[in-house]
Design a binder for this molecule. Structure first.
Ligand SMILES: [Mg+2]
Length: 362
């Protein structure tokens, strides 16, 4: 059979309203979509979730003008070769931030083609460690009232989730303690909790905050400091008794290697739509496996589960229940606290037939 060729990459942005609870903090998210067309009829869906939407147009512009031309006419099955071509394309533009997100969307689309060509779901192509992945309910944003917090946490618990993660964004650490305590009390013993700082504190602020939360048996304490500052993250990890998780704003194997070497986190949280796609996320995860560190992928659980399902060192995917029913076909649901990985070839997700006409904004 002659080599397959990429004939086109069709791109757009979808602006998608969020569901009830998340909308209190973020009324919408944006998806940068890149549909890879080939001369043999196989198609791959690449996309990036741009949280809150900020920067989506820049991601699309970089993808369209600098990365897409590198793929046209190429064989999509050479994913690693094409990844290198895109990664090294503009020497002066590091593959972090906007450029990393653009590369991620295309890498995800290329792997979707590869999985369809192999007629396998990606987790099986990559080694199938598990076919269902336990998930945690995630939300608990700063703008929620205590009543919103408890209602959301109970909603996830009602889906069988045995973990719930909430933000601790109040400037007063005692207020955060009170909010965590209110949720903990409502959930009872069957559900363990995590908290997320989202980079809002410095080392001393984190030590003070964590001390007030030590008696809650928290699974992890997330993204304590500015994500550029691995030195401070390591100092927090050494200084508090709750395990630290971080990595949703880290982009490459090199950035994750630095976190690992500094023992800055027990849980690493690469986001497949930021950290240069499935390809780089798998490398990050294997690197972590060599150091006894677990991987808990950040959001986009509907495709992150393919990575988690291929790893012996994965721990939970993040169920953020925000998507409308008419964004994707057959959105994987949480059953008994876990997501069963779709057995469809590739990453298993396709846009709902009305998604583009309904949500396209550019
Ligand atoms: Mg987070």
């Amino acid at each position: 059979m002659p080599a397959m060729k990429i004939t086109a990459v069709d791109t757009c942005i979808l602006t998608v309203p969020t569901s009830h609870y998340m909308a209190i903090e973020f009324p919408q998210h944006k998806l940068v979509v890149a549909q890879i067309r080939t001369d043999q009829g196989l198609e791959g869906l690449g996309y990036g979730l741009v949280f809150g939407g900020g920067g989506a147009e820049s991601v699309l512009s970089y993808l369209d003008t600098r990365l897409k031309p590198l793929l046209i006419g190429e064989d999509p099955l050479g994913v690693e070769r094409l990844w290198e071509k895109m990664y090294k394309g503009d020497r002066g533009v590091r593959r972090v931030g906007i450029a990393g997100m653009a590369l991620s969307a295309l890498d995800i689309g290329l792997w979707d083609v590869a999985g369809k060509a192999a007629k396998l779901p990606l987790y099986k192509l990559w080694g199938a460690a598990a076919d269902r992945i336990p998930c945690y309910g995630s939300g608990g944003w700063g703008k929620y009232t205590e009543k919103d917090l408890v209602a959301e946490a109970e909603r996830y618990a009602g889906m069988g989730c045995r973990y719930y993660k909430m933000k601790i964004h109040d400037p007063d650490p005692a207020v955060n303690r009170r909010r965590v305590e209110a949720v903990k009390k409502a959930l009872g013993h069957g559900v363990r909790m995590m908290v997320d700082v989202n980079q809002k504190l410095d080392v001393l602020g984190n030590i003070r905050q964590a001390r007030l939360l030590e008696d809650f048996d928290l699974v992890w304490y997330e993204e304590p400091v500015n994500s550029d500052d691995n030195v401070s993250c390591a100092e927090v990890a050494r200084s508090i008794s709750i395990p630290v998780a971080t990595g949703e704003n880290h982009y490459t194997r090199y950035e994750f290697a630095d976190l690992i070497e500094r023992k800055a986190a027990r849980y690493l949280m690469p986001d497949v739509c930021r950290a240069n796609g499935f390809s780089e996320t798998l490398k990050i995860a294997h690197l972590a496996a060599g150091h006894g560190v677990a991987i808990s992928p950040h959001v986009v659980y509907e495709i992150s589960i393919q990575v988690a399902g291929a790893l012996a060192n994965s721990f939970l995917v993040e169920l953020m229940d925000w998507m409308p029913e008419d964004l994707f076909e057959d959105i994987p649901a949480c059953r008994d606290g876990a997501i069963r990985i779709p057995e469809r070839p590739g990453h298993g997700m396709s846009l709902h037939k009305n998604a583009i006409s309904r949500y396209r904004s550019s």
